[in-house]
Ligand binder design. Structure first.
Ligand code: FES
Length: 174
């Protein structure tokens, strides 16, 4: 991230105010320890962490913006792109890969019409390929938000994706 990103006028002022309120409660003598909780809070509020928001956080915590960006890009939980309502994380660790996780991933990308780390056009899905999530006995494994799906096959994905589409439509109607 360039140190010159300074334009925060596109960020929602009310959300920015809430973020600054949160930062005001932190012990800024321990700015390094405050960074991850602040990034969590920012992602919860904004849904993702665009560069100008990272720059704002860096300035508020008095940290180099390149350092903040390094943390954001290191942890797969954080996203620099807008996220869909549902995040599908497909494990591509060794145990899952040898059991066909790549085929499951391909099927999900086809069904959602997206690419890894991009939000689908309908705003419902973001698909990520992730490292081992520690459930190798269930390989191949994926999670959708908090829910874990084990021993999945490409064919299973039609029904699973459809159930989330239907759930989202039902949420809208209610
Ligand atoms: S390799 Fe997929 S859960 Fe461990």
């Amino acid at each position: 991230m360039k140190e010159t990103v300074t334009d925060i006028k596109d960020l929602d002022k009310e959300l920015l105010g809430k973020l600054d309120e949160h930062i005001a409660t932190l012990d800024l003598t321990r700015k390094e320890e405050s960074l991850i909780p602040t990034l969590y809070k920012a992602q919860e509020l904004f849904g993702y962490l665009p560069h100008n928001l990272q720059w704002h956080i860096a300035r508020q915590l008095d940290l180099p913006s390149a350092h903040v960006n390094g943390v954001v890009t290191f942890y797969s939980f954080f996203s620099e792109e807008p996220m869909g309502k549902y995040t599908i994380s497909v494990c591509m660790g060794t145990a899952c890969f040898v059991k066909g996780a790549d085929k499951v991933l391909d099927k999900i990308l086809k069904l959602t019409g997206t690419q890894p780390n991009e939000m689908s056009e309908d705003g419902l899905f973001t698909v990520k390929d992730v490292r081992c999530i520690g459930a190798c006995g269930l390989a191949p494994v994926l999670t959708i938000n908090e829910k874990v799906y084990g021993n999945v096959t490409p064919d299973d994905m039609d029904e699973i994706i459809e159930s989330y589409r239907k759930g989202a439509a039902d949420d809208k109607d209610s």
